[in-house]
Write a protein that binds this ligand. Structure first.
Ligand SMILES: N[C@@H](CCC(=O)N[C@@H](CS)C(=O)NCC(=O)O)C(=O)O
Length: 209
């Protein structure tokens, strides 16, 4: 297997942290997004959507999408379980990971990609060009702050995002908080539960990945 990474990008970092939690080392290829290496013919053959991360299997085919890659790795290396250990826990982890993606990471992506000076006409990742829409950047910032509040309510009840155990949902949410720093959004002072949780998860050794 080969892991196609970009060491500065948030999406592949979610996989790097996941692999670090599992203690797995995979041969890694860096794709320089700034130089447009995601659009090369070779990379397109692996992932026509031109995004990282991608896991290349031994038959040469590619698996893209963070959660799909992590689910595959979990099947091969079940311990420590990062997608839950019982039917109920697995459902809660999937539910929260989806919420972090859809309510948090997509909002953050809108906020960042529709405002970054270096991403004019790159408002969405992928092979097509899309112009920036400033209103989407504004809406993204608002939605992100709303999601942090939602997370604070959840973390008032639970140690980790999806319950009592650390999971992929924590990885996704921690990467979201760090990504939010790119547009100078930090955890609001009144969200003490998010701050407590972030201090726990960001000091795990895997967070350096
Ligand atoms: N839904 C995808 C998102 C992947 C994604 O957006 N990756 C970004 C880096 S964080 C990318 O490859 N961007 C390429 C570009 O901007 O051209 C996943 O879960 O893997």
């Amino acid at each position: 297997m080969k892991f196609y990474d970009c060491k500065t990008a948030p999406s592949p970092r979610r996989v790097r942290i996941f692999l670090a939690e599992k203690g797995i080392d995979i041969e890694t290829v860096q794709i320089d997004l700034g130089k447009g290496e995601q659009f090369s013919d070779e990379f397109r053959a692996l992932n026509p959507d031109c995004t990282v991360p991608v896991l290349q299997l031994d038959d040469g085919s590619g698996i893209s999408e963070v959660t799909a890659i992590c689910q595959y790795v979990e099947e091969l290396h079940p311990e420590p379980a990062l997608f839950g250990s019982s039917p109920e826990e697995r459902a809660r982890v999937s539910m929260w990971n989806a919420k972090v993606e859809q309510l948090g990471l997509w909002a953050m992506m809108d906020a960042f990609r529709n405002s970054a000076k270096g991403l004019v006409d790159r408002a969405l990742p992928g092979p097509e060009s899309y112009a920036q829409i400033p209103e989407l950047a504004e809406r993204g910032r608002k939605r992100l702050l709303q999601f942090f509040e939602r997370l604070d309510h959840q973390l008032a009840e639970c140690t980790f995002v999806a319950g009592d155990n650390y999971s992929i949902a924590d990885i996704s949410a921690m990467v979201l908080v760090d990504f939010a720093g790119w547009i100078k959004i930090t955890i609001p002072d009144d969200l003490g539960h998010v701050a407590r949780w972030y201090s726990d998860v960001s000091t795990r050794a895997s967070a350096a990945a």
